[in-house]
Every structure is written in structure tokens, then in C-alpha cells.
Design a binder for this molecule. Structure first.
Ligand SMILES: O=C(CO)COP(=O)(O)O
Length: 150
């Protein structure tokens, strides 16, 4: 795979999403890292964003609720290069009616080499490095060769 080097701006665009049984965990995590997170641009699916704003006072741009298309909106933003990090506390125990959308979001994040954290341990590592100002260059995959071969 060829990559195009892309420098990520100091103020990161952080997508925040949690399934219902994990929203408490994400609220706890965001509260713990509030001082760092408020220096970045936060966006999330509708209910997650609203719950985070109410519980932490952080400002979150709210898209549609996940089952109504919010996951797909986030996926589109990733494809358009508008998201730097994805914190997605998905539920490993409950089947979701919009499971294809969940899968699509995780897939498109893999396609575009977006760092993804699915639990507080990995999200902690993410903020300790990237959001604290560690140099972060996300190599963007160059799919020109892939497309030419099709
Ligand atoms: O379902 C979700 C992610 O798949 C999250 O959606 P809400 O934030 O609207 O609950």
C-alpha cells in the first residue's frame, strides 16, 4: 500500500460514539479527559452527543442518532477526510438493528487509517499521545493503484 503523508492539525476532529449500554463508560471517560477534549473539535451521533453535553458540559456537534443514519454520516465524514480520531464504545453483548451501519463505520475507519478506540484503555492511550500534542502524522492510503487495477 502506498501512503500519502498528511499532517493532522493541532486541533483534532474527534468523533465520539457509544451504544446505550456503553454511554455511561464514554461519559466517564470524557469527564476524566475534559480539559484535553475541550481543546479539540468534538462531534458524535445524536444521543451520544446530547448525553455527553448534558453530563460533561463539553460542546459536541451532534449528527443524527446512530440507528437513524448517524453512523453513516460519520462514515461519510471519514471518507471525506474530516475526522482524525474515532472513539466508538460499541456494545459487545447486544445485537444492534443497525449492525450493518456499525460495521460500515468501523470498516471505513480501517480503510482510511483512522485511529479507533473501542474501550477506555485504548482511548486513554489515544489521548495520552495524540491529544497531548505528540506529533501525529496519519499516513493516508493512496488508492490510485488499487483503482487503476480494477
Ligand atoms: O447507535 C449508535 C452507534 O452505532 C449511537 O447512536 P446514538 O448516539 O444516537 O445513541
Amino acid at each position: 500500500m502506498q501512503y500519502i503523508s498528511k499532517t493532522i492539525p493541532a486541533s483534532k476532529r474527534v468523533a465520539l460514539v457509544a451504544h446505550d449500554n456503553r454511554k455511561g463508560d464514554l461519559i466517564e471517560w470524557c469527564g476524566r479527559h475534559k480539559l484535553l477534549l475541550e481543546q479539540h473539535q468534538l462531534l458524535g451521533t445524536g444521543t451520544t452527543g446530547a448525553r455527553l453535553e448534558a453530563a460533561t458540559g463539553l460542546s459536541v456537534q451532534k449528527l443524527l442518532s446512530g440507528p437513524l443514519g448517524g453512523d453513516q454520516q460519520l462514515g461519510a465524514r471519514i471518507a471525506e477526510g474530516e475526522i482524525d480520531l474515532l472513539v466508538f464504545f460499541w456494545d459487545p453483548f447486544e445485537p444492534m438493528p443497525h449492525d450493518p451501519d456499525v460495521k460500515a463505520l468501523l470498516r471505513i475507519a480501517a480503510v482510511w487509517n483512522i485511529p479507533v478506540a473501542c474501550n477506555s484503555a485504548s482511548a486513554d492511550m489515544m489521548v495520552r499521545s495524540v491529544l497531548m500534542g505528540a506529533a501525529f502524522e496519519r499516513p493516508v492510503p493512496d488508492y490510485a493503484g488499487y483503482l487503476a487495477a480494477r
